[in-house]
Write a protein that binds this ligand. Sequence first.
Ligand code: ACO
Length: 378
Amino acid sequence: MTESKAAPRGGLEGVYAADSAIGKIDGELGELRYCGYLLKDLADHTDFVETTWLLWNGELPSQADLDSFRPAMRQERGLSKEILALIGQLAPALTPMDCMRTVVSALCFDDSPSAGDDRATNLHRGVRIQAKIPTIVAAYARLREGKDPLEPRQDLSHAANFLYMLTGQVPTDEEARILDVCLVLHAEHGFNASTFAARVTAATLSDMYSAVTSAIGTLKGPLHGGANTAVMEMLLEIDGVDEVEAHLDGLLARNEKVMGFGHRVYKVVDPRALVLKDFSQKLAAVKGEPKWFEMSEKLETLMKMRKGIDMNVDFYSASTYYYMGISPDLFTCIFAISRVSGWVAHILEQFSNNRLIRPRANWIGHDRRDYVPLDQRG
Ligand code: ACO
């Protein structure tokens, strides 16, 4: 590990932990690139599966690449009866992220343990995990409501199929496209906490399932992916646009973090948040329910005025998903449905040039103490 010029404040701030050629963030410019391509261009011109190919292979796919990759991803959407039974057992008791973490870990159950650890096998594992995560989330959501899970549909895109499996309705083209772009936007973000957790696990030469499971557990926290659910909980707590200011002032007076704001790397507004803001505004008009967008916009303005802190990716994703009729406690799962593509890319990159990741602690404890027998302790 090498240290940058900035003095570290803990939390590995400013520390470069390994080489990478996947996602590059320019925190000063507010720019994000995947393998050199500007995220905005990818969001405008590709879909999530094409972006995934880019992240896993470092190059945009040819038509022939896509003609084999798309069906490979679709064919892996289904879950075995054992995995569905496990979700059925867990759904009444576990939160969505706890269930996802446990079930992704269990996906090794119907993988072949003797298949080895070469890149092709790990790519196939990546396809399996990425294809099945939306089916896991949708099955969980339906089972906890006492409904039967729906079989994935081969004729729908990754995003449209997820919304179909969740709601039983094929989404409009506009909703499917909006969710697909959300997946592209969330797919990769350098050495964020969950990706770093995946790489630490992979660097011990553990396996793909274990590394993705580590990442899911790390994404769950409200300082990372869990913030999108927390943002919506905050909006639901506030009693309309007129109450936004008092609510925010209360949070700041109590020194509480305002969810959906702030970022370790961006010094200006997160470019993904701007695209999500447009989606939230568009859906507010389509649904004829401006409240959630207007409350969010007021919070955004006031937070900038009071603290000078910009929104992050989680802020407008909350109202965007809520307008799509998705339950707030599933929002972090949607983040995982997308970010798994980045995790797999980083796990493959770690395996391809591996060194154990093992930092050291800055010691602040007792220097040296002599053992005190039990009967002599005060
Ligand atoms: N609300 C209020 N104050 C904040 C916020 C916030 N959301 N974010 C940062 N600050 C303040 C801190 O209080 C601190 O002030 P101080 O220096 O006076 O003590 C200063 O800004 C620096 O904040 P840190 O927490 O030290 O910054 P750090 O880089 O460690 O944390 C983080 C970044 C975790 C994202 C933080 O901004 C935060 O907690 N945000 C809210 C949770 C959130 O939205 N997380 C999602 C992040 S994006 C993602 O993971 C997908």
